[in-house]
Design a protein around this ligand. Structure first.
Ligand code: NAP
Length: 403
């Protein structure tokens, strides 16, 4: 019988046999989930023998939930995630029509999973469109609850848009065309401080040396500009002993002090060229929602695409780890697609549990398997001399490579 993960004295307390709920996902979800479970169970066994073991507990969302319960995202599923604190999910179909919101967005918002965390690194042998993909080893901390994603928008000519326009024109003295759609971009001090705290905590824990605030504050002064300012304030107020800002460093005229984290900021458009030209200067990036959306995928493309990019949505303790690609429905049930994204997300989950040895085994066996040119179709078609494996065969090859 597994035991629940709990929070004690402000920290996660993980039993040796934690119950972890999983959503296998739609389309290719079941294929990549099976492969992931095989690899994770093998890594835990290899790292800890019989002393640790995950008790997987299936919870329903997406098509499987709809067929079984008539609901796409049953309350029982959200309750189970909240209760068990850590969960993992495959991709889910966004139901078309009927005004459905994305199930993923709903999960994030209902559970207040305010940090979308995407580590991006290159694995030797993975085809990439750039000359030096090895220079990218960054982790994006994207604020998940605010910005243009808050859903505060009204279509051009609608009654609400016209009312808002009237207020803006008559009471605020703004110029707004009558036929404009309107949206509001809220960025708060509270949400900014908590994402920056997560990024700095992560940098400290993982021994990362730089945290970069990515914003467009030169134009959007009171949203993105304030985001930058509040991030710096939090760093100076709550992490004073362990950080130094770029400005402070310049004023000392000497080199980077030993053991400190450099906090700097970059304007988003400049940052796109920085990550291409000088990727090795950046490690942890923290940014508002929309910038984070762009950067996560742009960086993933730099290291060979979304098929291998892991991700997690994390709040105060509750964490959902997920594949970042979609359901790839045309390959559903063919045992064909790359399980790398979900496997690496599961490795992030092991790290989150504090099971670092098992996490390291997963990552090193993935490295070894790809380097040995044993890959799924997506990579095989771009690599010379590669052996194309099915999803399940790739998982088996990874298990063999743990040994
Ligand atoms: P997609 O499912 O990500 O698939 C687009 C293409 O990406 C696939 O045809 C395939 O390319 C490649 N691909 C995706 N996953 C792969 C994998 N594991 N291994 C190898 N290649 C992979 O995007 P979509 O077709 O736009 O979306 C399909 C459904 O997924 C929609 O219902 C969408 O709402 C949903 N979705 C869910 C999530 C989520 O749950 N987090 C995220 C995005 C989309 P090739 O055809 O070139 O081989």
């Amino acid at each position: 019988m597994g035991k629940k993960i709990t929070v004690e004295a402000g920290a996660l307390k993980v039993p040796d046999n934690p119950v972890i709920p999983f959503i296998e996902g739609d389309g290719t979800g079941p294929d990549i989930w099976r492969a992931t479970r095989r690899v994770i169970d093998a890594a835990v066994q290899k790292a800890y023998g019989e002393s640790k073991r995950i008790e997987w507990k299936e919870i329903l969302a997406g098509e499987k939930a709809f067929e079984t319960t008539g609901e796409w995202l049953p309350q029982a599923t959200l309750d189970a995630i909240q209760e068990h604190l850590v969960a993992i999910k495959g991709p889910l179909t966004t139901p078309v029509g009927g005004g459905f919101r994305s199930l993923n967005v709903t999960i994030r918002q209902v559970l207040d999973l305010y940090a979308c965390i995407r580590p991006v690194r290159w694995f030797e042998g993975v085809p990439s469109p750039v000359r030096h993909p090895e220079k990218v080893n960054m982790v994006v901390f994207r604020e998940n609850t605010e910005d243009t994603y808050a859903g505060l928008e009204w279509s051009a000519g609608s009654e609400k848009a016209l009312r808002l326009r009237k207020f803006l024109v008559e009471e605020m003295g703004c110029q707004v065309p009558e036929d404009a759609g309107l949206g509001i971009k809220p960025i708060s001090k509270t949400a900014t401080r908590r994402i920056m705290r997560k990024a700095l905590d992560y940098a400290l824990e993982q021994g990362r040396r730089t945290v970069t605030i990515v914003h467009k504050g030169n134009i959007m002064k009171f949203t993105e500009g304030s985001f930058k300012q509040w991030c710096y304030d939090l760093a100076r107020e709550d992490f004073r002993d362990v950080i130094i800002t770029e400005e402070e460093l310049a004023s000392t005229g000497s080199g980077m002090p030993e053991g400190k984290i450099l906090v700097n900021d970059r304007i988003a458009d400049n940052m796109f060229q920085q990550v291409l030209a000088r990727g090795d200067e950046y490690e942890v990036l923290v940014m508002p929602n929309l910038n984070g959306d762009y950067f996560s995928d742009a960086l993933a493309a730099q290291v060979g695409g979304l098929g291998m990019a892991p991700g997690a949505n994390i709040g105060d303790f509750v964490a959902v780890f997920e594949a970042t690609h979609g359901t790839a429905p045309k390959y559903a049930g063919l045992d064909k697609v790359n399980p790398g994204s979900l496997i690496l997300s599961a490795a992030m989950m092991l790290e989150y549990l504090g099971w670092k040895d098992a996490a390291a085994l997963v990552v090193s066996s993935l490295e070894r398997t790809i380097k040995g040119k044993k890959v799924t179709y997506d990579l095989a078609r771009l690599m010379e001399g590669a052996q194309e494996l099915k999803t399940s065969e790739f998982a088996e090859a990874m298990v063999v490579n743990m040994g």
